[in-house]
Design a protein around this ligand. Structure first.
Ligand code: ADP
Ligand code: ZN
Length: 525
């Protein structure tokens, strides 16, 4: 940036008005801009869509030199730079997608002081050549976007981000602003330590998205449930449907199309051309539904996404928050809708167990999964559970989630839990939910007879409940960590279950009620 830093607050507002055309700052933006423009460091925690970019773009204009933006999202750099150029700013990027002569042009512009903003991938920034160049160029500030990538605790750890410790050492006097949408306390501590931000104030905005209605329901026939949801509540609306596998993305998109619903598939198995086309269509058409794996959505800034649906369980609370956060950026009423069931719990648990990640990473991932399962199974306000996970307290139940709108019944199911756990133990901790249900219900299947399980004391003790109830009990025991699943879907009782089996603790479980749709009050639309 080349503008003078004198009288920052009014100057900042003026730039906001004239360059961006926005009438006012949002929330803490003005405080951050003021501090960074004055040469201070800052740690910014703002949910996706909160307006982080402005917090470094604007100070870059107010300060002498170029604002260097470190971002891991190479695929988005070109779009970000194009958007800035459309505002009349002098922006460029350096990453591995540039041809050598293109990179040279950018470097020359940098040295001549002809850039307001420069986006750089971390691995590029850390190359001796780039560091040396930056040492010779006037620099306004360093913005470290997606700063949670420095942390092993984060869901997106990137080793090259840890090496950004190089920045404060080489450029101690240049302000650093670290930004992220997801950072629990441990991650925040890591960011501060790697980027030497101990003295930097933390600017934290609320993660609450009051216009998003959160709903989780039991998965029975996911595609039909989805269709019913779309037809009755979001006909003609733009939405994103997340599935775990490419195959289910393709199947679901085709199926929706066959039902007369405008839908397009998006996953990493498609060619870049097909992916671009899907993305373009989603941005430009009204009421298109994208069925996608998590590959879709990074940096997608479409304000009127009316719903985000999950047909499979995300891997973590962060993932869930980020994905659902793509709904309702225009602040109008939107829905975060998810179906989930026993098989999901078993599946994600297995995937975690089988991953080759180091033990420590696995432990972190499994803790994050636990939190999500707790969210799914909660009988109290979902928004309270969600915000609590991000360290925020919501005093009152929100009134705009399924559990608020129709509180689920929960009751003492200690007896049933004991029965299910002892069925697992007595059959050797290696059978799946279906077999355990047969044992509990006293179903004389061939397999039961062959294994002699009809002679167990547990056989038939649960005859008063139907299959659905037992699946629900077993799912909740899994979610709550009383049971674990092995590689072959076999369930075994965990040490946590001991106290329950001995009758030292009691357990309340919720009754699975498929939320009758008409009971859900739509708000604000
Ligand atoms: P984040 O990086 O936190 O996800 P962005 O910086 O991309 O969010 O901003 C999200 C959207 O909000 C963008 O469309 C941006 O133009 C808009 N925005 C940001 N700040 C303001 C503001 N002060 N006034 C109006 N719109 C804003
Ligand atoms: Zn609520």
């Amino acid at each position: 940036g080349a503008m003078s830093a004198a009288t920052t607050p009014s100057r900042a507002l003026h730039v906001l008005n004239t360059v961006w055309g926005y009438p006012a700052f949002r929330g803490v933006q003005s405080k951050i801009v003021e501090r960074v423009a004055a040469g201070g460091n800052a740690l910014v925690l703002m949910p996706t869509g909160g307006g982080k970019s402005l917090c470094y773009q604007l100070p870059s204009l107010l300060r002498e030199g170029v604002g260097v933006v470190v971002s891991p999202l190479i695929a988005l750099m070109k779009d970000q730079v194009d958007a800035l150029r459309a505002l009349g700013l002098r922006a460029a990027y350096l990453n591995s997608t540039l041809l050598p002569h293109e990179a040279r042009e950018v470097e020359e512009a940098l040295l001549r002081g002809e850039l307001d903003l420069l986006y750089v991938a971390p691995e590029r920034l850390l190359m001796p050549r780039t560091l040396e160049l930056l040492g010779r160029a006037p620099i306004a500030l360093f913005a470290i976007d997606e700063a949670h990538c420095v942390s092993q605790w984060g869901h997106d750890f990137r080793p090259e981000y840890q090496q950004l410790a190089e920045l404060p050492e080489r450029f101690p006097d240049i302000p650093r602003v670290a930004l992220t949408a997801t950072a629990d306390e441990r991650t925040r501590a890591d960011i501060k330590s790697v980027l030497h931000l101990w003295d930097a104030p933390e600017f934290i905005s609320s993660f609450d998205r009051p216009n998003i209605q959160y709903r989780v329901m039991l998965k029975s026939s996911p595609k039909t449930q989805l269709l019913e949801f779309i037809r009755t509540e979001h006909a003609g609306d733009a939405g994103i449907v997340y599935c775990l596998s490419r195959k289910s993305v393709d199947d679901t998109a085709k199926w929706l199309q066959a039902q007369g619903i405008e839908a397009v598939a998006y996953h990493a198995g498609l060619s870049p051309r097909e992916r671009n086309l899907a993305q373009e269509r989603f941005l430009n058409e009204e009421g298109l539904i994208v069925v996608a794996t998590v590959a879709f959505g990074m940096g997608i800034d479409k304000p009127n996404v009316r719903f985000v649906a999950h047909l499979d369980l995300p891997k973590s609370m962060e993932g869930y928050y980020q994905e659902t956060g793509r709904a309702g950026r225009d602040s109008l009423a939107s829905t975060a809708w998810m179906v989930y069931g026993l098989a999901d719990v078993v599946n994600v648990r297995r995937m975690l167990a089988q991953s080759d990640a180091p033990e420590e990473v696995k432990r972190v991932e499994s803790a994050k999964l636990e939190a999500l399962l707790t969210y799914c199974e909660t009988a109290s306000c979902r928004r309270q559970v969600l915000l609590a996970y991000f360290g925020e307290t919501l005093e009152e139940p929100c009134g705009n989630c399924d559990t608020c709108l129709q509180p689920p019944q929960s009751r003492d199911m200690t007896r049933e839990a004991q029965m299910a756990l002892s069925a697992a133990v007595r059959t050797g901790n290696r059978f799946g939910a279906a077999h355990l249900t047969d044992v509990l219900r006293g179903n004389q299947t061939e397999r039961i007879t062959a294994l002699g399980h009809h002679q167990l004391p547990t056989f038939g003790v649960g005859g008063q409940h139907d299959d659905k109830t037992w699946r629900s009990v077993i799912r909740q025991l899994l979610s709550l960590g009383y049971l674990v699943a092995d590689d072959h879907y076999g369930l075994s009782a965990t040490p946590k279950s001991r106290a329950l089996l001995k009758g030292e603790t009691r357990l309340n479980l919720r009754e699975d009620t498929l939320l009758p749709r008409e009971k859900v009050v739509k708000r604000g639309s």
